[in-house]
Design a protein around this ligand. Structure first.
Ligand code: LLP
Length: 458
């Protein structure tokens, strides 16, 4: 069984360009200190910039809409969380669903991260980005047999199993492959979780995720008895955009209690505890999560347990490392309201319409005037908006806006609705930038659609 390791870094080195060749180069060519997530996007002489690259330059060259990510901000967030958890035996398994771009995955791999995946597609991406199976934990409530086969073949570190039925299927698949499946049971700790939207809560009673707490011991006994399963750990994930520590504290304590019960019979020895992701980021004026305190809380509860701790941050690492650039197409008034119509909408950024999520919006070059307006996209849905009734820069057609804090659950939730090609993704590192995902073409939209139909008789 591969050891979970603590990434190796020296205080003050990660994020200063020593860990990656990319960063080393950027630092060599420029003297300013590496920016943090909070300062990666700041106004410069040519308007809002990402690190040392004016965003207007990217919009000019690459066009809009486009996602732009700061590599320094990702590195810095990784460093902050690693340092907060400190010398606890742990590994950060980045939750790929937050932003699965290969460039982001490679950046995190260079920092020492493992991954948390939820599909065969994410496993494919992980391997393409240079991760090994042993770097990966496989979560998700509906794994297919094919996905299990692929993950076994890759040698994933753990399957986070969410039901008794899944356990039986995994046992069968492992037998078929002549392998043993390493398992952690994802238990629903049934804690109260406060998140901005009910859709991002997972650890409350009655949700589809995890094994109900009162059944977990029985399912563990089944896992121990199954011939092709190795029960190695417990797992929870209580929700996303969480800014209190109580759900973690209560949830982990419940899992540790369960561990004692499971090990009582002497038939199992658990080695891993996966506490999930969920740490909040700042979207507007919220108080920032005290990550140092989070680390203290976690260390205090699990420090003496001898378990390898897995943490699955997604949003915390990438959320504030990205912006969506969009161009104002038109202005209009209707029913006494102002509308700013942009070339990005719910197809590029679903979060405002799906969760009523708040994203700051600002002009790259503000003209000093503001107005109250709905900022809406071009999609044929009344629910297609980026902001409602918002005091924003009084932008004119042609102006470029940055929609902030869109590095997590932005591009990954983009769709082709209204036959809109997906936007490109651009990575900035110091004074340089690169397109890491091309803008889709019209041809991409119909790729896979057949002109000659191969009818089959029933
Ligand atoms: N681990 C598991 C098992 C998860 O389901 C998730 C997220 C994470 C880790 C990472 O959570 P994070 O650290 O990013 O909060 N689309 C929603 C968020 C859905 C989160 C789903 N699970 C949004 O845009 O707010």
């Amino acid at each position: 069984m591969p050891q979970v390791c603590t990434p190796v870094y020296k205080r003050g080195t990660v994020g200063k360009g020593v860990l990656t060749p990319l960063a080393a180069k950027a630092t060599a060519s420029s003297s300013p200190p590496e920016p943090t997530a909070a300062t990666a996007f700041i106004a410069g002489p040519s308007g809002l910039a990402c690190e040392q690259v004016p965003l207007a330059r990217i919009a000019d060259e690459i066009g809009t809409p486009a996602y732009v990510y700061s590599s320094a901000a990702v590195r810095e967030q990784y460093r902050i969380l690693s340092e907060a958890v400190g010398n606890l035996r742990h590994r950060l398994h980045y939750s790929v669903k937050a932003n699965s771009s290969r460039a982001i995955l490679e950046l995190l791999r260079e920092l020492g991260a493992g991954l948390d995946i939820v599909s065969g597609g994410e496993l494919y991406r992980a391997l393409k980005a240079g991760f090994k199976g042993a770097d990966v934990v496989f979560s998700g409530v509906g794994k297919t047999e094919r996905e299990m086969e692929e993950a076994l073949a890759a040698g994933v570190l753990l399957f986070n199993v969410e039901s008794e039925e899944e356990l039986h299927v995994l046992d069968r698949v492992a037998l078929r492959l002549g392998m043993r499946a390493p398992v952690a049971l994802r238990v629903n700790p049934e804690v109260l979780v406060d998140t901005p939207h009910p859709y991002t809560r997972t650890g409350e009673k009655g949700m589809k995720f995890g094994i109900p707490f009162d059944e977990a011991l029985a399912v563990a006994a089944t896992a121990i008895a199954l011939p092709n399963i190795d029960l190695l750990g417990l797992d929870m994930h209580v929700g996303s955009q969480i800014s209190q520590f109580a759900p973690y504290e209560v949830g982990i304590k419940r899992l540790l209690h369960l561990r004692t019960e499971i090990e009582r019979g002497g038939k199992a020895k658990l080695t891993h505890l996966d506490i999930g992701g969920g740490l909040a980021v700042t979207y507007n004026a919220e108080t920032e999560v005290d990550v140092g305190k989070f680390g203290e809380v976690i260390r205090e509860i699990v420090g003496g347990t001898g378990l390898n701790i897995i943490i699955e941050p997604g949003r915390f690492l990438v959320g504030n490392a990205g912006v969506l650039l969009t161009r104002v197409l038109y202005r209009k008034r209707s029913g006494g309201k102002q509308f700013i119509i942009t070339d990005a909408g719910m197809t590029e950024l679903l979060r405002p319409s799906h969760y009523n999520a708040f994203h700051r919006i600002e002009a790259l070059v503000p003209n000093g005037r503001t107005t109250v307006a709905d900022v809406v996209g071009p999609v044929c849905e009344s629910g297609d908006f980026l902001a409602l009734d918002r005091q924003v820069d009084d932008a004119a057609p042609g102006d470029i806006l940055a929609v902030r804090s869109t590095g997590a659950y932005g591009f990954v939730m983009a769709s082709n609705y209204n036959s809109r090609p997906k936007p490109p993704e651009v990575l900035v590192d110091g004074s340089r930038f690169a397109v890491v995902t091309e803008r889709e073409s019209y041809a991409d939209l119909v790729r896979g659609e057949r002109a000659d139909l191969d009818w089959r008789e029933s």
